[in-house]
Ligand binder design. Structure first.
Ligand SMILES: [Zn+2]
Length: 509
């Protein structure tokens, strides 16, 4: 399937005028003699690549764009530009948070470590062994002069300092001039005595102004270690300029519309009195909205950040976009589109794929789900075993013939024969809020939730707080990208192996 998808995509790219030989190297040519009658291919795979700080459910699904047009044309005041409602456009983005909706700030709790320690002992975690305090531009000795001018000193535990005294350390003082200087990390580490440094004289600026300035200019990983985020005080999380949030359409502003869960949004849109132009735009939203809800995405909001969307749902958003695009003659390749879906939602997924096919397209899916496999017209079974013992085409034909086949070994086929005749009961569909209120965690039990919604998460957090339990989250995010890491280093096994090796008699040879 990878061959079909990549070849189709490569043929398509090569047909574009801007396509050059250079780009061609990005998609390797398949190691096959010949591929015939390959239509243009659109590949929708599982990946987290759709996740970015600039993407939300609304931007990924294209629904936010329709809302922007609605607001630009039909809000209570006439507005010329729909970009006023785009957080990715300079005209629209809130200037305080630059369209992120959250404001980052230097978190004092991350900067101050052990509050029992004194400043000299390193209460501020950026204090180096030589006494220089990174981000303060001064040494502990220079800082002590400032502290003394305010009636305290660097040998008092941080927790005993008054609010005003902490304020001096964090935000600076203009009582007396001290020696300060910015130094590269390397020189700071080599720095032994005062004489070695070229230094300037001036007022102590304080750590927070210096750190906030760096955070604003350059969000580097070193400074981000000390940053936390809160809802942007200007746009209140709306991501667009506060003054643009004054415009209303049908009694609500842009943020309020995009904050509704899709279920509510769909209902609200259906109850509105609309003029012809509004109707046209709203109708464009209705069908995809209903598809999203029927695929179990009714709890998302248009404002849901892409980071909070699962890779399965991300793939299905792309699928709905394709369904709405009305293209014909395309070969769509999907990688396990049913992943994470319960069977009632799966039926709707099959219905959607059917719509794509009826319009004159072909759909290939890689699937393990038996119900899904049974719904296919054509089966390509690879085997005979998994992994390196497989890879051969053991069956290629219509599903009816596959189900009747007897002359080969196929775990898929035997599984299909086992479930045949067993009626799968249709699960009850309840509203998300209804489910969340019935949901009760039990101690010492395995509880499985098929959907991660904010309501469930809130309930789980409350339960853990109440019972004083540690909540440990394990996600499918990659654990790291550094080439030095491997499963042995992540599990701590590498350390144990090193210990054992260090104890063996041969280690000195
Ligand atoms: Zn903002």
């Amino acid at each position: 399937m990878g061959v079909i998808a990549n070849e189709g995509y490569r043929y398509y790219l090569e047909s574009l005028p801007a396509y050059t030989q250079q780009n061609g190297e990005m998609i390797p040519t398949a190691e096959v003699d010949d591929i015939q009658e390959l239509p243009p291919v659109i590949k929708v795979e599982q990946s987290k690549r759709f996740q970015s700080i600039h993407a939300t459910f609304g931007t990924l699904s294209g629904l936010a764009a329709l809302f922007r047009i609605l607001f630009a044309r039909y809000s209570d005041q006439e507005i010329m530009s729909k970009s006023l409602f785009s957080f990715n456009h300079p005209k629209g983005a809130c200037e305080v948070c630059r369209g992120i909706g959250k404001a980052e700030y230097i978190d004092i709790n991350k900067l101050v470590g052990d509050t029992n320690k004194t400043l000299r002992e390193g209460a501020i975690t950026t204090t180096l062994p030589n006494g220089y305090i990174v981000y303060s531009q001064v040494t502990v000795e220079e800082l002590n002069k400032v502290c003394k001018a305010h009636g305290f000193h660097v040998d008092m535990p941080w927790k005993t300092l008054s609010a005003q005294q902490k304020e001096v350390v964090l935000n600076g003082s203009d009582r007396l001039k001290v020696f300060y200087g910015k130094h590269g990390l390397e020189s700071r580490l080599r720095w032994q005595g005062i004489k070695a440094k070229p230094r300037e004289e001036g007022y102590y600026k304080g750590m927070l102004p210096i750190m906030q300035d760096i955070l604003r200019r350059d969000r580097n990983p070193n400074i981000l270690k000390f940053a936390s985020s809160k809802v942007c005080p200007s746009c209140k999380g709306g991501r667009i300029k506060a003054e643009h949030l004054n415009y209303e359409w049908k009694g609500s502003n842009f943020q309020a519309w995009t904050a509704r869960p899709l279920c509510d949004l769909y209902d609200a849109l259906n109850q509105l009195d609309l003029n012809a132009g509004e109707k046209l735009l709203v109708n464009k939203m209705r069908i995809p909205l209903l598809d999203f809800i029927r695929l179990g995405m009714g709890h998302y909001q248009l404002s849901t950040p892409s980071m909070a969307i699962s890779s399965g749902d991300g793939q299905r958003i792309k699928l709905i976009n394709q369904v709405t695009s009305n293209l014909q003659g395309i070969l769509y390749v999907f990688d396990e589109p049913s992943i994470g879906l319960s069977s009632n939602y799966q039926r709707h997924l099959l219905h959607i794929l059917d719509r794509v096919i009826k319009r004159g397209n072909t759909v290939i899916v890689v699937e393990h789900d038996l119900e899904f496999i049974q719904a296919a017209d054509w089966i390509v079974e690879l085997g005979p075993e998994a992994g390196i013992h497989g890879g051969e085409v053991v069956f290629n034909g219509a599903i009816q013939d596959f189900l009747k086949a007897k002359d080969f070994k196929s775990p898929t086929l035997s599984a299909l024969k086992t479930v045949k005749g067993q009626k799968i009961s249709k699960p009850q569909i309840q509203t998300q809020s209804g489910l969340a209120s019935h949901f009760q965690l039990q101690a010492n039990q395995l509880v499985v939730m098929s959907r991660k919604t904010p309501q469930f998460l809130a309930r789980m957090r409350r339960y853990c707080e109440m019972k004083h339990l540690n909540l440990i989250t394990v996600t499918d995010q990659p654990i790291g990208k550094t080439p030095r890491s491997n499963p042995a280093t992540y599990t701590g096994l590498a350390d144990k192996i090193r210990d054992v090796l260090a104890k063996t008699p041969k280690r000195k040879s």
